[in-house]
Design a binder for this molecule. Structure first.
Ligand code: TYM
Length: 351
């Protein structure tokens, strides 16, 4: 059923560098979102590349969201971006549903992508595992086509994400390649995933084999960006570990997922490598390492939480920032999507 995809040539060099990434406002943000995404979004902004960041509210509704909560979480997500260091004057910050180009291009991509590609996505498989896949929304199945549209509506060349999004980005490359081949154009770049740093996969504090996630039923499994300093310290103190002291080498952490996770979190928060952290803490028991980690986590996260709370006191200002961002996003995406309509053969006399 699925057609073979030609190996994508790296054509990205032909396109000006542009960063796009998104976060779902489907719950409060976690330390995983911060280390795997937000912190690195800020680094990209500081590198002086054009950066476009989006709260993907249309992705969020692929599973049920209470309307008022979704609105609140979208504003809270925007506050988190700004509190973490995204400057809305330098980066474009907006929510997806305000720029219709995303939904429009997603439809075109629904017609480019193959059912077989979507069915192979591990996120789809995980989200429907043990449940009735027939009862999942059609949007959840098509989710990666909307994600490709988010990225390619801007011809973004680089997408910083955590490791869990790698497969979706490969699919984005497949969609761009098939579109370019089918229509005989070199229109879309073959986007590069940017998965860097010590904490590209932050794991649950209760189970080192599971990703830290806003959808985990146990609040003890994650650190939320809205947690108080006391809550952060308590969660780290109670985090699952093993009885051994920290080793000297990364190799020795291979079979110790919980210990490795805490070391990676320390590295991510301090901007150091995991090897460097082990250099400092080799031989230390968790009784020593955990308080040091809690202190570091609070020192990094408390100012962000305080700033988020300050911003959330003025939701109208957040809405104003998101609207201004949407106007700038629209100005880039509209002509690109209009050109797509032209390429695929739509009659558009009004334009
Ligand atoms: P989402 O909302 O699940 O997560 C947002 C970002 O946070 C990263 N992340 C993590 N990184 C490390 N450790 C973790 N435990 C962890 N949990 C989450 C994710 O990898 C992601 O970078 N489909 C995307 C949203 C999206 C998007 C896009 C991303 C929609 N369109 C276009 C990039 C480009 C998602 O659900 O992310």
């Amino acid at each position: 059923m699925s057609e073979p995809v030609q190996t994508p040539q790296t054509q990205t060099a032909a396109f000006p560098a542009r960063i796009f990434s998104g976060i779902q406002p489907s719950g409060g943000l976690t330390l995983g979102n911060y280390l795997g995404a937000l912190k690195r979004f800020v680094e990209k902004q500081e590198e002086g590349i054009e950066t476009i960041y989006c709260l993907v509210d249309m992705h969020a509704i692929t599973v049920w969201q209470e309307p008022e909560k979704l609105r609140q979480q979208t504003r809270e997500g925007a506050a988190a971006f700004i509190a973490a260091g995204i400057d809305p004057a330098r980066s474009i910050l907006f929510n997806q549903s305000q720029v219709s180009a995303h939904a429009e291009l997603a439809w075109i991509f629904n017609c480019v992508a193959r059912m077989g590609w979507m069915g192979r996505m591990t996120q789809w498989k995980d989200k429907t595992a043990g449940k009735n896949a027939e009862a999942a929304s059609l949007g959840l199945f098509a989710y990666p086509a909307l994600m490709a549209a988010d990225i390619l509506a801007y011809k973004a060349t680089h997408v910083p994400v955590g490791e869990d999004q790698k497969q979706h980005l490969e699919l984005t490359r497949d969609i761009a390649t098939k579109f370019n081949n089918d229509y005989g154009v070199n229109f879309f770049p073959i986007t590069e995933p940017v998965i860097e740093g010590a904490a590209t996969r932050v794991m649950s504090l209760r189970d080192g084999s599971k990703k830290m996630s806003k959808s985990d039923p146990s609040d003890q499994s994650r650190i939320n960006l809205t947690d108080t300093a006391d809550a952060i310290a308590a969660k780290i103190r109670k985090a699952k570990t093993d009885p051994e002291p920290l080793p000297e080498t990364l190799e020795a952490l291979k079979e110790r997922p919980e210990a490795r996770n805490l070391v990676n979190i320390y590295a991510g928060l301090s901007g150091r490598t995991a090897a460097d952290v082990l250099g400092e803490f080799a031989g230390a028991q968790f009784g020593t390492f955990k308080p040091a980690l809690a202190e570091l986590a609070v020192s990094v996260l408390a100012p962000i939480t305080t700033e988020m709370n300050r911003l959330m006191a003025d939701p109208a200002e957040i809405d104003r920032i998101l609207s201004a961002g949407a106007d700038r996003a629209e100005a880039i995406a509209r002509p690109i999507v209009d050109e797509v309509y032209e390429i695929v053969g739509m009659v558009r006399p009004r334009r």
